[in-house]
Design a protein around this ligand. Structure first.
Ligand SMILES: *[C@@H]1O[C@H](CO)[C@@H](O)[C@H](O)[C@H]1NC(C)=O
Ligand SMILES: *[C@@H]1O[C@H](CO)[C@@H](O)[C@H](O)[C@H]1NC(C)=O
Length: 458
C-alpha cells in the first residue's frame, strides 16, 4: 500500500500505495500515495508529479503538478510514515517496538486479505477515498482538505447509481445508507468502512473532475470521507489500484489503457520511486528486459492481482516443494513481508539455513522466525532469492529484500519472509521483495511484467 513509512530503515515501503489501498479494507494491489511534495519536476520526457492528484478547482487537494509533455503520466511515490500515527509519535519508541508494531499491522493485513480472498464475492477493494471537508479528526493531514463546496463540478452520487451498486457489492453491501433498501433511491450513497484495527472511513460516494498531471478525467468516482481514522497517516487519501470497477485504473481506461506500473525505492526516506500510468515503457529506467507472466483470472472478480508462483531459488538452488503446484499468489504493494504457504516457506527456510549455516542463529522476531546474529561479521554473503512465475519468468529480489535488520547493531537479522498459518491460505508477494523492480500491471493484456530498475530517483 502501499508504501508506507519512512521512519525506520528497513521498513518497507508501504507504499502508501499509491496508492492504494483501497478504500475498502485495504486491499489489493496498491501503493499508498505518500505525502505530497510541492516541488515540480520532470522526469525524462514524462511528467513527474508527486502523488499529486488534484481536483479541478480552487481547492487543490491533491495538488496538480504535471507538466506538458507527452508520454506516460508519472507520479512520484514516497514512503509513507508507517502505521497511522504520524511520524512524531514514533520517536520515543525503540526500533524493535516500531518494527514490531509494523509487523503486527502487516500480519493483520495479511489475515484480512485471506478472509477477503476466501469470501464469496472476493470482498471489495480498489476504490479510492479521500478526506473531505468538513472532516472530523483529519488534523494530521498536511495538505489542505478537499472542500467539495468550492468545486462546482462536484456531486454526490445517489443510491440508485451504478457506482453505488458497485460499491455495495465491493464492500459487502449493507455497509451504507443504501444497504437496507428502504432508503429513497435519490438519497446519497454513503459508506462506512471499518477495519479490524479500529480504523474506519465514513462518507459519501461522489464524483468530480479529476485532473491528474494534465489529464482530465470527468466524473471520477471516489469516496469523500468526512470521518476518517486509520491507515491514512498524514496523507490526503488513498488511490485505488486494484482490479475493481471503481479503481483509478478502471476509471482511466480511456486515458491509460488499464496499464500502470510502479518502482519502489530502497531507501525509505529522502528518495522517491515512481508510479507510471499508461503503457509507455520508454519512461522506465529498467536495466533488464521486461519479462511477463500471465495473470490468473479471478472468477470472483476480486480486487487482487494473482499470478502463479512455480518455484523459488535460493542462492541459485531450486527449492523443492509440492506447494508450488497450484500456487496462485497475490502481488500486493500494501503488504510488507512476503508470506508463503507453510510447505513452501519451510522448504525455503531449510535451504536458506543450509546456505547460511556459518552464521549464528538468533531468536525469531514477530512474524519472522529465521534470524541470525550478524554482529561480529564485517561481511556477509547473502544468498540470492529468486521467484519463478509461470512461463519460467524469473524475478530476482534485490539483495536488500532478502534480510530484515530488526536491530540496528545486526544482532538480530532475519530472513524477510513469513509463513502463512495454513496450506489453504494464499501466498502474498509483499513490497519488501519488490524494491528496485519495475512491476507492470497490464490489466487488459492480463499479464504482470517485471524488470530490474533502480528506483531511487532522488
Ligand atoms: C434514481 O432515482 C431518481 C428519483 O427517483 C430518478 O429520477 C432517477 O432517474 C434514478 N436514476 C437511475 C439511474 O435509476
Ligand atoms: C495457474 O495455475 C492453475 C492451477 O494449476 C492453472 O489452472 C492455470 O491455468 C495457471 N495459469 C493461469 C494463467 O491461470
Amino acid at each position: 500500500m502501499a508504501w508506507g513509512a519512512c521512519a525506520v530503515n528497513a521498513v518497507a515501503l508501504l507504499v502508501v500505495m499509491v496508492v492504494a489501498v483501497v478504500l475498502a479494507g485495504g486491499g489489493g494491489g496498491g501503493v499508498h500515495c505518500l505525502e505530497a511534495k510541492r516541488s515540480r519536476r520532470e522526469l525524462q520526457q514524462g511528467r513527474f508529479c508527486q502523488c499529486s492528484i488534484s481536483f479541478e478547482k480552487d481547492e487543490p487537494f491533491w495538488q496538480e503538478m504535471g507538466g506538458a509533455a507527452s508520454g506516460a503520466t508519472i507520479l512520484e511515490l514516497r514512503h509513507h510514515g508507517g502505521g497511522y500515527s504520524s511520524s512524531g509519535k514514533s520517536r520515543g519508541r525503540s526500533r524493535e517496538e516500531e518494527v514490531g508494531g509494523l509487523f503486527s499491522s502487516d500480519a493483520a493485513r495479511v489475515s484480512s486479505l485471506q478472509r477477503r480472498v476466501a469470501a464469496a464475492g472476493g470482498g471489495g477493494g480498489g476504490e479510492q477515498g479521500m478526506k473531505c471537508a468538513p472532516c472530523a479528526s483529519c488534523h494530521d493531514q498536511q495538505d489542505p482538505l478537499f472542500d467539495p463546496s468550492s468545486s462546482p463540478s462536484y456531486a454526490v452520487l445517489p443510491c440508485n447509481s451504478s457506482s453505488c451498486d458497485a460499491l455495495q457489492v465491493a464492500t459487502g453491501s449493507a455497509s451504507g445508507a443504501c444497504g437496507g433498501g428502504d432508503q429513497p433511491s435519490s438519497s446519497s450513497c454513503s459508506y462506512t468502512l471499518s477495519y479490524r484495527d479500529g480504523s474506519y472511513s465514513q462518507g459519501v460516494l461522489a464524483h468530480d473532475k479529476l485532473s491528474l498531471a494534465g489529464d482530465v478525467i470527468d466524473g471520477f468516482v471516489f469516496g469523500c470521507g468526512t470521518s476518517n481514522q486509520g491507515p491514512f497517516g498524514g496523507t490526503s487519501g488513498l488511490m485505488g489500484l486494484g482490479r475493481s470497477q471503481l479503481s483509478l485504473i478502471s476509471q482511466t481506461m480511456d486515458q491509460f489503457g488499464g496499464v500502470f506500473s510502479y518502482c519502489l525505492p530502497l531507501k525509505e526516506s529522502e528518495s522517491s520511486g515512481s508510479l507510471v500510468l499508461g503503457d509507455d515503457t520508454s519512461v522506465y529506467r529498467n536495466s533488464t528486459p521486461i519479462v511477463y507472466t500471465s495473470m490468473v483470472s479471478d472468477p470472483l472478480q476480486g480486487p487482487f492481482y494473482f499470478v502463479n508462483l512455480t518455484g523459488i531459488t535460493i542462492g541459485g538452488q531450486e527449492v523443492q516443494s509440492s506447494g508450488f503446484s497450484a500456487n496462485k499468489v497475490i502481488v500486493d504493494s500494501g503488504t510488507i513481508i512476503t508470506s508463503l504457504v507453510p510447505s513452501v516457506y519451510n522448504a525455503v527456510k531449510a535451504e536458506f539455513l543450509s546456505q547460511f549455516a556459518e552464521y549464528p542463529q538468533a531468536p525469531g522476531f514477530s512474524i519472522l522466525d529465521t534470524c541470525f546474529n550478524l554482529a561480529g561479521f564485517r561481511e556477509v554473503q547473502i544468498p540470492s532469492l529468486k521467484f519463478v512465475f509461470e512461463g519460467n519468468v524469473e524475478v530476482e529480489v534485490d539483495s536488500s529484500g532478502v534480510l530484515y535488520f530488526v536491530s540496528s547493531d545486526s544482532s538480530q537479522v532475519c530472513l524477510a519472509l513469513a509463513s502463512l498459518k495454513s496450506e489453504y491460505e494464499t501466498s502474498i508477494v509483499g513490497n519488501y521483495q519488490q524494491k528496485n523492480l519495475r512491476v507492470i500491471f497490464d490489466t487488459l493484456g492480463s499479464q504482470i511484467g517485471f524488470a530490474q530498475e533502480t528506483c531511487d530517483y532522488i
